[in-house]
Design a protein around this ligand. Sequence first.
Ligand code: COS
Length: 445
Amino acid sequence: MVDFTLTDEQKDLRELAHSFAEKEMRRVAWEYDKDGTWPQDIIDMAWEVGLMNTHIPEAYGGPGLDYLSGCLIEEEMGWGCSGIGTTLMANGLASAPITLGGSEETKKKYLGMLTEDKKLASFCLTEPDAGSDVSGMKTKAVKKGDKYVISGSKCFITNGTYADYFTVYAKTDPEAGHRGISAFVVDADLPGVSVDKKEDKMGQRASNTATISFDEVEIPAENLIGEENKGFKLAMMTLDRTRPGVSAMAVGIGRAALEYATEYSKERVQFGVPIAMHQAIQFMIADMATKVEAGRLLVWNSAVMLDQGVRNSKVSSMAKRFAADSAMEIAVDAVQVYGGYGFIKEYPVEKLMRDAKIMQLYEGTSQIQRLVIAKEVLLPRAVGEPTPEAEANAAKAAEDAVLALVGLGYGQPQAAAAVARISAQLGPATETAALIRAGLKELAR
Ligand code: COS
């Protein structure tokens, strides 16, 4: 059975995020958009109430929320102001490669940094000549003794001017294409790191977008994230995990545009009746509402797959493609419902139309999403290794099983040995976790 019911905790979180978006973000959204004001006050408040860094595991000071909960929050952020929302959510993108591939020390230091204080981090993948074509990057990292020396330039970096550290992708084997890229953590205050340019953007103007240059920046070798030359996969795995959230933000923009257009259509009178009485408007509203609903279902599906430890590349890209394109279409239609007033800055939907455009561009253009979807449909990739989430899930289930056996009177070493034997005999980690949990339920009866 497919059950779309949220848990009480998820409903509370959504309520908290909605009220924050309504009271704090919308209050300043149009004003901050006008001058491209950096929303430090909103960052401080969001950090205090726990709306940032939601995926950082409890072991490193975060709440370790599931992906679906993260999407519920991101939809509300997109509804409130996607420019400020992008600022608040960028730590999630920057920290994901560390959570996925970082050593214990790296996780403690750099994930802990974000949960202990109001710090920011940025994800540095794109370069002036390497956007969609990640493998074409020129930034290099050369190993020299116990250090790497990084040189190159990264552009379109969200929160770049204010970040305390960067997760940076660089070529460690320039001849090896995508198999020669590695990921690193680089502190922002190191000699050779400079913020070159703050972009003056069409939309999401309250978010900061900068170019960051690395001029022979020396970092300790232990700041390599995961294995050398495995950075491309880490970047793709990161995007699989962050695209559902970005898509949720696009759903939020679409929902906001739909709500404004609906309200306005009931107030605006033409030909003697509110324009909502005209089928021309009704059909637009019907299509807008359908796109919001369908986008949300794809977003939830892509997030739940991750929560179940299943690789979600195809559905993640479907969610991003559909929700982003829909946000743009809905915002354009909302301007149409407002007529000439929609084109005027005094009315709310003009900003939404500008904001929506970036959803079709960042974290992979709509065309890149189609490439990923087509590849997954035409040449389905083997499911492969269990996802890191599935492994963590299995480890937790095994831990619970050992505790339950100890509770039943077995000695700790025997319990641990029995659980290890069962785990080794069972299949992939997800199944192991599910079976152990089912066994535990049986025991509890
Ligand atoms: N998870 C794990 N591994 C993945 C993966 C995923 N989601 N997607 C690809 N890979 C692996 C493949 O298995 C393959 O591995 P091998 O080296 O073992 O063969 C490797 O990565 C290359 O994959 P593929 O051949 O599919 O890559 P392509 O070069 O054809 O396509 C695209 C890569 C274009 C999809 C990629 O470069 C991309 O997503 N570009 C957009 C980047 C982006 O979103 N930029 C926005 C900036 S971030 S804000």
